[in-house]
Design a protein around this ligand. Structure first.
Ligand SMILES: Nc1ncnc2c1ncn2[C@@H]1O[C@H](COP(=O)(O)OP(=O)(O)O)[C@@H](O)[C@H]1O
Ligand SMILES: Cc1ncsc1CCOP(=O)(O)O
Ligand SMILES: [Mg+2]
Length: 267
Protein backbone atom coordinates (compact mmCIF):
# COMPACT_ATOMS: atom_id res chain seq x y z
CA UNK A 1 0.00 0.00 0.00
CA UNK A 2 1.22 3.47 -0.86
CA UNK A 3 0.30 6.75 0.80
CA UNK A 4 -2.05 7.59 -2.07
CA UNK A 5 -3.50 4.09 -2.25
CA UNK A 6 -4.69 3.51 1.30
CA UNK A 7 -7.43 0.95 2.01
CA UNK A 8 -9.84 3.91 2.18
CA UNK A 9 -8.84 5.08 -1.30
CA UNK A 10 -9.36 1.59 -2.63
CA UNK A 11 -12.76 1.36 -0.92
CA UNK A 12 -13.87 4.56 -2.66
CA UNK A 13 -12.57 3.28 -6.00
CA UNK A 14 -14.26 -0.09 -5.48
CA UNK A 15 -17.61 1.51 -4.65
CA UNK A 16 -17.21 3.92 -7.56
CA UNK A 17 -16.85 1.06 -10.02
CA UNK A 18 -19.04 -1.52 -8.26
CA UNK A 19 -17.15 -4.32 -10.01
CA UNK A 20 -18.93 -7.39 -11.32
CA UNK A 21 -17.44 -10.35 -9.43
CA UNK A 22 -18.04 -13.91 -10.61
CA UNK A 23 -18.18 -15.97 -7.44
CA UNK A 24 -17.94 -19.74 -7.69
CA UNK A 25 -18.53 -20.46 -4.06
CA UNK A 26 -20.20 -23.18 -2.01
CA UNK A 27 -23.88 -23.78 -1.22
CA UNK A 28 -23.37 -22.58 2.37
CA UNK A 29 -21.75 -19.31 1.32
CA UNK A 30 -23.68 -18.26 -1.78
CA UNK A 31 -26.31 -16.12 -0.09
CA UNK A 32 -24.02 -14.79 2.64
CA UNK A 33 -21.31 -13.81 0.16
CA UNK A 34 -23.73 -12.12 -2.23
CA UNK A 35 -25.07 -9.98 0.64
CA UNK A 36 -21.52 -9.18 1.80
CA UNK A 37 -20.53 -7.98 -1.67
CA UNK A 38 -23.66 -5.91 -2.15
CA UNK A 39 -23.21 -4.26 1.26
CA UNK A 40 -19.54 -3.58 0.59
CA UNK A 41 -20.35 -1.96 -2.77
CA UNK A 42 -19.61 -4.63 -5.39
CA UNK A 43 -21.88 -6.59 -7.75
CA UNK A 44 -21.81 -10.37 -7.18
CA UNK A 45 -22.86 -13.05 -9.66
CA UNK A 46 -22.86 -16.72 -8.64
CA UNK A 47 -22.18 -18.41 -12.00
CA UNK A 48 -20.64 -21.87 -12.01
CA UNK A 49 -22.05 -24.12 -14.78
CA UNK A 50 -19.36 -25.36 -17.19
CA UNK A 51 -21.56 -24.31 -20.13
CA UNK A 52 -21.38 -20.61 -19.22
CA UNK A 53 -18.69 -20.06 -16.57
CA UNK A 54 -15.86 -19.38 -19.04
CA UNK A 55 -17.95 -17.00 -21.13
CA UNK A 56 -19.04 -15.08 -18.04
CA UNK A 57 -15.46 -14.80 -16.78
CA UNK A 58 -14.60 -13.11 -20.07
CA UNK A 59 -16.46 -9.96 -18.99
CA UNK A 60 -16.47 -10.14 -15.16
CA UNK A 61 -14.03 -7.89 -13.32
CA UNK A 62 -12.67 -10.81 -11.31
CA UNK A 63 -13.36 -14.46 -10.50
CA UNK A 64 -13.34 -16.23 -7.16
CA UNK A 65 -13.17 -20.03 -6.81
CA UNK A 66 -14.06 -21.82 -3.58
CA UNK A 67 -14.04 -25.61 -3.20
CA UNK A 68 -16.30 -25.78 -0.12
CA UNK A 69 -19.06 -28.02 -1.53
CA UNK A 70 -17.30 -29.70 -4.39
CA UNK A 71 -18.58 -32.06 -7.10
CA UNK A 72 -17.17 -33.08 -10.50
CA UNK A 73 -19.54 -30.74 -12.34
CA UNK A 74 -18.42 -27.82 -10.23
CA UNK A 75 -14.75 -28.60 -10.88
CA UNK A 76 -15.44 -28.47 -14.63
CA UNK A 77 -17.14 -25.10 -14.16
CA UNK A 78 -14.22 -23.81 -12.10
CA UNK A 79 -11.68 -24.80 -14.74
CA UNK A 80 -13.77 -23.24 -17.52
CA UNK A 81 -14.10 -20.02 -15.52
CA UNK A 82 -10.39 -19.84 -14.76
CA UNK A 83 -9.68 -20.35 -18.46
CA UNK A 84 -12.03 -17.48 -19.33
CA UNK A 85 -10.57 -15.13 -16.72
CA UNK A 86 -6.99 -15.94 -17.66
CA UNK A 87 -7.69 -15.38 -21.37
CA UNK A 88 -8.65 -11.76 -20.66
CA UNK A 89 -6.01 -11.27 -17.93
CA UNK A 90 -8.50 -10.85 -15.11
CA UNK A 91 -7.47 -11.74 -11.54
CA UNK A 92 -8.83 -14.83 -9.84
CA UNK A 93 -8.83 -15.80 -6.17
CA UNK A 94 -8.67 -19.35 -4.80
CA UNK A 95 -10.24 -20.35 -1.46
CA UNK A 96 -9.01 -23.90 -0.70
CA UNK A 97 -11.67 -24.80 1.86
CA UNK A 98 -10.60 -27.95 3.79
CA UNK A 99 -8.48 -29.01 0.79
CA UNK A 100 -6.56 -31.48 2.96
CA UNK A 101 -9.65 -33.42 4.05
CA UNK A 102 -10.06 -35.94 1.19
CA UNK A 103 -8.24 -37.19 -1.88
CA UNK A 104 -10.95 -35.65 -4.08
CA UNK A 105 -10.32 -32.19 -2.63
CA UNK A 106 -6.54 -32.58 -2.72
CA UNK A 107 -6.61 -33.45 -6.43
CA UNK A 108 -9.00 -30.61 -7.32
CA UNK A 109 -6.88 -28.14 -5.38
CA UNK A 110 -3.65 -29.28 -7.03
CA UNK A 111 -5.29 -28.89 -10.46
CA UNK A 112 -6.54 -25.38 -9.60
CA UNK A 113 -3.18 -24.34 -8.15
CA UNK A 114 -1.52 -25.38 -11.41
CA UNK A 115 -3.74 -22.83 -13.20
CA UNK A 116 -2.04 -19.98 -11.33
CA UNK A 117 -4.36 -18.10 -8.94
CA UNK A 118 -3.66 -14.40 -8.46
CA UNK A 119 -4.49 -14.65 -4.76
CA UNK A 120 -4.96 -17.57 -2.36
CA UNK A 121 -7.06 -16.77 0.74
CA UNK A 122 -7.44 -19.36 3.47
CA UNK A 123 -7.41 -19.89 7.19
CA UNK A 124 -4.19 -20.86 8.96
CA UNK A 125 -4.75 -24.62 8.81
CA UNK A 126 -5.48 -24.47 5.08
CA UNK A 127 -2.38 -22.42 4.28
CA UNK A 128 -0.04 -24.53 6.44
CA UNK A 129 -1.23 -27.66 4.71
CA UNK A 130 -1.17 -26.11 1.23
CA UNK A 131 2.51 -25.26 1.75
CA UNK A 132 3.25 -28.90 2.60
CA UNK A 133 3.04 -28.73 6.40
CA UNK A 134 0.80 -30.63 8.80
CA UNK A 135 -2.21 -28.79 10.17
CA UNK A 136 -4.39 -29.77 13.08
CA UNK A 137 -7.68 -29.27 11.26
CA UNK A 138 -9.99 -31.93 9.83
CA UNK A 139 -12.75 -29.75 8.37
CA UNK A 140 -13.54 -26.19 7.32
CA UNK A 141 -12.60 -24.52 10.63
CA UNK A 142 -9.00 -23.62 11.47
CA UNK A 143 -7.24 -25.40 14.31
CA UNK A 144 -3.98 -23.47 14.06
CA UNK A 145 -2.91 -19.92 14.95
CA UNK A 146 -2.06 -17.55 12.09
CA UNK A 147 1.49 -17.10 13.43
CA UNK A 148 2.16 -20.80 12.66
CA UNK A 149 1.12 -20.17 9.05
CA UNK A 150 3.20 -17.07 8.31
CA UNK A 151 6.30 -18.85 7.03
CA UNK A 152 4.11 -21.29 5.11
CA UNK A 153 2.34 -18.34 3.49
CA UNK A 154 5.62 -16.71 2.47
CA UNK A 155 6.91 -19.93 0.96
CA UNK A 156 3.61 -20.67 -0.84
CA UNK A 157 3.50 -17.13 -2.26
CA UNK A 158 7.08 -17.43 -3.52
CA UNK A 159 6.53 -20.88 -5.04
CA UNK A 160 3.20 -20.00 -6.65
CA UNK A 161 4.16 -16.41 -7.58
CA UNK A 162 0.94 -15.12 -6.07
CA UNK A 163 -0.45 -13.27 -3.08
CA UNK A 164 -1.29 -15.39 -0.04
CA UNK A 165 -3.68 -14.15 2.66
CA UNK A 166 -4.00 -16.07 5.94
CA UNK A 167 -6.92 -15.06 8.12
CA UNK A 168 -7.68 -15.56 11.79
CA UNK A 169 -7.37 -13.51 14.97
CA UNK A 170 -4.76 -11.39 13.14
CA UNK A 171 -4.54 -11.59 9.36
CA UNK A 172 -1.32 -11.92 7.35
CA UNK A 173 -0.79 -11.00 3.68
CA UNK A 174 2.36 -11.65 1.69
CA UNK A 175 3.69 -11.76 -1.86
CA UNK A 176 6.63 -13.85 -0.67
CA UNK A 177 8.77 -10.79 0.10
CA UNK A 178 6.57 -8.02 1.46
CA UNK A 179 4.19 -8.82 4.31
CA UNK A 180 1.63 -7.08 6.49
CA UNK A 181 -0.38 -8.04 9.54
CA UNK A 182 -3.91 -6.69 9.81
CA UNK A 183 -5.46 -6.40 13.26
CA UNK A 184 -9.14 -6.06 14.13
CA UNK A 185 -12.21 -8.14 13.51
CA UNK A 186 -13.91 -10.13 16.26
CA UNK A 187 -13.88 -13.58 17.81
CA UNK A 188 -17.55 -13.75 16.78
CA UNK A 189 -16.54 -13.93 13.11
CA UNK A 190 -15.62 -17.64 13.04
CA UNK A 191 -18.95 -18.34 14.79
CA UNK A 192 -20.86 -17.14 11.72
CA UNK A 193 -20.58 -19.52 8.78
CA UNK A 194 -19.11 -18.50 5.45
CA UNK A 195 -17.51 -15.23 6.45
CA UNK A 196 -14.13 -16.50 5.24
CA UNK A 197 -15.71 -17.56 1.95
CA UNK A 198 -17.36 -14.14 1.68
CA UNK A 199 -14.05 -12.42 2.35
CA UNK A 200 -12.54 -14.35 -0.55
CA UNK A 201 -15.27 -12.89 -2.78
CA UNK A 202 -14.55 -9.40 -1.44
CA UNK A 203 -10.86 -9.87 -2.25
CA UNK A 204 -12.07 -10.50 -5.80
CA UNK A 205 -13.98 -7.20 -5.77
CA UNK A 206 -10.90 -5.22 -4.75
CA UNK A 207 -8.65 -7.15 -7.15
CA UNK A 208 -11.06 -6.30 -9.98
CA UNK A 209 -10.35 -2.59 -9.54
CA UNK A 210 -6.58 -2.99 -8.99
CA UNK A 211 -5.58 -6.04 -11.08
CA UNK A 212 -2.02 -4.68 -11.26
CA UNK A 213 -1.74 -4.46 -7.43
CA UNK A 214 -3.25 -7.63 -5.95
CA UNK A 215 -1.26 -7.25 -2.72
CA UNK A 216 -2.82 -3.84 -1.99
CA UNK A 217 -6.23 -5.04 -3.14
CA UNK A 218 -6.11 -8.08 -0.83
CA UNK A 219 -4.98 -6.03 2.15
CA UNK A 220 -7.75 -3.47 1.55
CA UNK A 221 -10.43 -6.18 1.52
CA UNK A 222 -9.08 -7.61 4.77
CA UNK A 223 -9.00 -4.15 6.38
CA UNK A 224 -12.62 -3.59 5.27
CA UNK A 225 -13.59 -6.84 7.06
CA UNK A 226 -11.44 -6.10 10.12
CA UNK A 227 -12.90 -2.64 10.69
CA UNK A 228 -16.50 -3.69 9.97
CA UNK A 229 -16.05 -6.76 12.19
CA UNK A 230 -14.76 -4.79 15.16
CA UNK A 231 -17.55 -2.20 14.86
CA UNK A 232 -20.18 -4.95 14.55
CA UNK A 233 -18.99 -6.74 17.69
CA UNK A 234 -19.40 -3.50 19.65
CA UNK A 235 -23.08 -3.50 18.63
CA UNK A 236 -23.85 -7.25 18.96
CA UNK A 237 -25.11 -9.66 21.63
CA UNK A 238 -23.88 -12.84 19.94
CA UNK A 239 -23.31 -14.50 16.54
CA UNK A 240 -26.87 -13.89 15.30
CA UNK A 241 -26.96 -10.15 15.85
CA UNK A 242 -23.31 -9.96 14.76
CA UNK A 243 -24.24 -11.33 11.33
CA UNK A 244 -26.88 -8.63 10.94
CA UNK A 245 -24.65 -5.79 12.18
CA UNK A 246 -21.77 -7.00 10.03
CA UNK A 247 -23.73 -6.46 6.81
CA UNK A 248 -24.74 -3.01 8.07
CA UNK A 249 -21.17 -2.10 8.98
CA UNK A 250 -19.68 -3.30 5.69
CA UNK A 251 -21.99 -0.74 4.08
CA UNK A 252 -21.61 1.97 6.75
CA UNK A 253 -17.83 2.31 6.80
CA UNK A 254 -16.39 4.96 4.50
CA UNK A 255 -12.86 5.73 3.34
CA UNK A 256 -12.04 7.90 6.35
CA UNK A 257 -13.23 5.21 8.78
CA UNK A 258 -11.10 2.53 7.10
CA UNK A 259 -8.02 4.73 7.17
CA UNK A 260 -8.57 5.86 10.78
CA UNK A 261 -9.54 2.50 12.27
CA UNK A 262 -7.64 0.07 10.02
CA UNK A 263 -4.58 -1.39 11.75
CA UNK A 264 -2.01 -2.46 9.18
CA UNK A 265 1.49 -3.32 10.40
CA UNK A 266 4.28 -3.79 7.86
CA UNK A 267 6.77 -6.54 8.71
N1 LIG B 1 -10.45 -14.70 16.60
C1 LIG B 1 -10.68 -13.76 15.64
N2 LIG B 1 -10.59 -12.46 15.96
C2 LIG B 1 -10.80 -11.50 15.03
N3 LIG B 1 -11.13 -11.78 13.73
C3 LIG B 1 -11.23 -13.07 13.35
C4 LIG B 1 -11.00 -14.13 14.27
N4 LIG B 1 -11.15 -15.31 13.63
C5 LIG B 1 -11.45 -14.99 12.34
N5 LIG B 1 -11.50 -13.64 12.18
C6 LIG B 1 -11.84 -12.92 10.94
O1 LIG B 1 -12.88 -13.65 10.31
C7 LIG B 1 -12.78 -13.55 8.90
C8 LIG B 1 -12.80 -14.95 8.31
O2 LIG B 1 -11.58 -15.57 8.62
P1 LIG B 1 -11.43 -17.09 9.03
O3 LIG B 1 -12.37 -17.43 10.12
O4 LIG B 1 -9.97 -17.32 9.26
O5 LIG B 1 -11.82 -17.81 7.66
P2 LIG B 1 -12.51 -19.20 7.41
O6 LIG B 1 -13.97 -18.90 7.66
O7 LIG B 1 -12.22 -19.49 6.00
O8 LIG B 1 -11.94 -20.21 8.37
C9 LIG B 1 -11.50 -12.75 8.62
O9 LIG B 1 -11.84 -11.41 8.38
C10 LIG B 1 -10.71 -12.87 9.93
O10 LIG B 1 -9.88 -11.77 10.14
C1 LIG C 1 -19.68 -25.30 6.69
C2 LIG C 1 -19.18 -25.51 5.32
N1 LIG C 1 -19.14 -26.77 4.78
C3 LIG C 1 -18.65 -26.80 3.54
S1 LIG C 1 -18.26 -25.26 2.97
C4 LIG C 1 -18.73 -24.54 4.44
C5 LIG C 1 -18.64 -23.09 4.68
C6 LIG C 1 -17.28 -22.72 5.19
O1 LIG C 1 -17.21 -21.31 5.32
P1 LIG C 1 -15.94 -20.60 5.94
O2 LIG C 1 -14.72 -21.24 5.33
O3 LIG C 1 -16.09 -19.19 5.49
O4 LIG C 1 -16.03 -20.77 7.41
MG1 LIG D 1 -12.79 -20.99 4.82
Amino acid sequence: MTKTETPGTLLTAMRGQSPLVQCITNYVAMNVAANVLLAAGASPAMVHAEEEAGEFAGFAGALTVNIGTLSPAWIAGMKAAVGGATAVHRPWVLDPVAHFATGFRRKATADLLALGPTVIRGNASEIISLAGGTSRARGVDSRDPVERAEEAARSLAATQCCIVAVTGATDFVTDGERAVRIHGGSSLMPQVTALGCSLTCLVGAYAAIRPESPFDATAAALVHFAVAGKRSAERSQGPGSFAMHFIDQLAAVDAATLDEEGKVVWL
